[in-house]
Design a protein around this ligand. Sequence first.
Ligand code: AQP
Length: 327
Amino acid sequence: MLRVLTALKPTNILHIGNYFGAIEPFLQQQKTGDSNFLFIADYHSITVPQDPDELRKNILFATAAYLAAGVDPEKTTLFQQSYLQEHTELAWILNCVASMGEVERMTQYKDKARVKGETVSVGLFDYPVLMAADILLYDTEIVPVGEDQKQHVELARDLAERFNKRFGETFVIPKPMIRKQGARIMGLDDPEKKMSKSAPSEKNYISLMDDEATVLRKIKSAVTDSEGTIRFDESRKAVANLMTIYSLVTEKSMEEIETEFAGKGYGDFKIALAGHITAFLKPMQDKINSLLKNEDELRNIIKQGAGKARSIAQKKMIEVRKKIGVS
Ligand code: AQP
């Protein structure tokens, strides 16, 4: 039995970076894996202010999006994080195992804190420890994530090793699973930064729900360079990023894309890319819209998933409380 677990924050609508970085690799694991866990990380999303009604909508949207993408509740335990108090309880205990120095080294916090200054929440600083709890609670072995989360999975490993050394063998040491291509889709408006749901401009990302006109507008406005050719070179960050997206949505190799656009410019390439993205998203969007018509059914699925997750999480917490000497 190989336990695979991943999660996504229901902040705003998921984008294609989230899809290719985390959801698709998870679906690959679901094909063969026999113990798959996927959850909606709602307590992670409140590390930055959320409108409660929007958050409620985004949680249902995320549930529909996972199901539409191919998550099968028969094969995957699909649940909402806040249903299980064990996540936050273990996070507190791990807070007392983690050091300030190692959490301060997390680059994602540094990047976000730089923008927010002193108004940054304590939760945003601490969220990698909650993420470690999310992972360790279930004896997770494999965590499919995008490149930006690698450091956080490494923190989970360090905390597990330290806890095991201090209190005796308790946690499985998890490994990140990061795909070669698509683990870091960059912002369309700024190829130096990763595509992000909370980017200040919506020109940064393609959301899973963007319609044909929106996709075309965003792709047309995507940054390129002055070379004017469709040639893959990692140092040409903007074009390499667009070619990566092209390759992911069409399953064509870089060589095939280069041949297809030999002698053509960015205009032709962008129109074709927008068309392929729309063709890729449309069937998923139709399914999402149809699933969203039955909100009770969606709530039922995540509630049932939480029931399955609870039996594992409760058992682990009984063990943890004993090991640290509080029961
Ligand atoms: N640009 C990306 N390329 C590839 N993978 C990505 N992921 C995020 N952005 C990219 C992966 O998606 C999963 C879920 O991420 P998350 O929602 O928990 O948080 P995040 O990493 O902070 O993603 P965002 O989109 O940037 O959200 P906001 O703006 O709300 O903070 C993770 O596996 C992540 O690696």
